[in-house]
Design a protein. Structure first.
Length: 367
């Protein structure tokens, strides 16, 4: 067996040199660590902010009717369901959004264009609570709804003004009706405000001037960041006084394209424009999505586009700008101070009007 060579002894000078080098490396490493910020102090708040729940409101495109789907954290809330004939479109959208459980459903009132699609939803989707302005009504559409509510093992809750319930980190409060309107389902619509942080959404069903006036007379705080315009923009809803009290940053009109009711009406659009409220319409933009982080609300569409307020407010199939042939002033089509019909000149674009020698109306187009 070969003999192992004895190991060479390291000289004292080499040992000292290695020790000095190790100390220098350790000092440099500690210095570099002291100059860099701890990862936890930066990433933890950012991660917490990214994971924080948000309130997401989908104003669904279900034709001439109302339906809004809300998410907050892991919870889902459906407000109205559109017409019976459009229920498969509603069901398909719920499946696309992976909704197989609803924490609550709110039916603002028993009109078929608000309650009709809810039967199909209740027949296929587990639901924990159901709220409506009435617990019975004399139509087949609403009778079908109550049948499926019972099959869910729950009952219809008719809330009173001031009642509320938690929705994730949001809160849903019923503000109206404040008066019993008997057999008038529109005026008796549930009015619900969903509050999340410093933002809120006001859902008004089909209530009209009478219910609006009664709420204001009762001193109800109706302020909100986003207003779901009552009754699809009918002439008998959304008074100037009510709009001023709500003072929303945005308004949404759920309405079907080329509907038989003339919704939204010019009168309602003019009042909204006169209050300086940008209007977003499902007949022009399809599904509209509002996302709140508790401080601000961002408006987009289902295609992730951010529509301009002007484009959203323009009546479908009409010119976007109206000129006064006498004063040579051009207005946005939704302005509350349009000239009389005999003095109107229509333009497809603002540039076209300016090229024709018109000047901008200061109130609706700025200087």
């Amino acid at each position: 067996m070969p003999k192992r060579r004895p190991a060479k002894k390291r000289s004292p000078a080499v040992t000292v040199l290695l020790a000095v080098l190790c100390l220098l490396l350790l000092a440099v490493s500690r210095y570099l660590d002291s100059q860099s910020e701890p990862a936890a102090s930066v990433s933890a708040p950012e991660a917490a902010q990214a994971d924080a729940p948000k309130l997401e409101v989908h104003f669904l495109d279900i034709g001439q009717g109302d339906s809004a789907l809300l998410f907050c954290g892991d919870e889902a809330l459906l407000i109205d369901g559109g017409k019976v004939k459009n229920n498969q479109k509603l069901i398909a959208r719920l499946k696309e959004l992976e909704v197989d459980h609803l924490d609550a459903v709110i039916c603002s009132h028993p009109d078929e264009d608000h309650c009709g699609g809810l039967s199909a939803v209740l027949a296929s989707t587990r639901t924990d609570a159901f709220y409506c302005s009435v617990d019975s009504w004399h139509t087949k559409a609403f009778s079908d709804v109550t049948k499926y509510v019972e099959q869910q093992g729950i009952s219809v809750t008719v809330p009173q003004a001031g009642d509320s319930f938690a929705f994730g980190e949001a809160n849903v409060e019923f503000l109206g009706p404040v008066v019993d309107y008997g057999d008038d389902p529109n005026e008796g619509s549930l009015v619900a405000r969903v509050r999340y942080g410093e933002t809120s959404f006001l859902f008004t069903g089909d209530m009209g001037f009478e219910a609006e006036d009664d709420m204001l007379a009762a001193g109800v705080d109706v302020s909100a960041t986003v207003l779901k315009v009552a009754h699809h923009g009918s002439a008998g809803s959304s008074s100037t006084e009510f709009l001023q009290a709500v003072h929303p940053q945005y308004a949404v009109i759920s309405v079907g394209a080329d509907n038989d009711y003339g919704h939204p009406t010019e009168a309602a659009l003019n009042r909204l424009a006169g209050c300086g409220i940008p209007v977003y319409r499902t007949d022009l933009l399809g599904e509209i999505i509002a996302v709140s982080d508790g401080k601000t609300v961002t408006m987009t569409t289902a295609s992730n586009e951010t529509p301009s307020a002007d484009a959203a407010s323009q009546p479908k199939g009409s010119y976007g700008y109206v000129g006064n042939s006498s004063s040579k002033v051009v207005h946005f089509a939704g302005c509350g101070k349009l000239p009389g019909e005999s003095n109107r000149v229509y333009f497809a674009s603002l540039d076209e009007a300016l090229a024709a020698g018109y000047r901008k109306h200061a109130s609706c187009l700025g200087s």
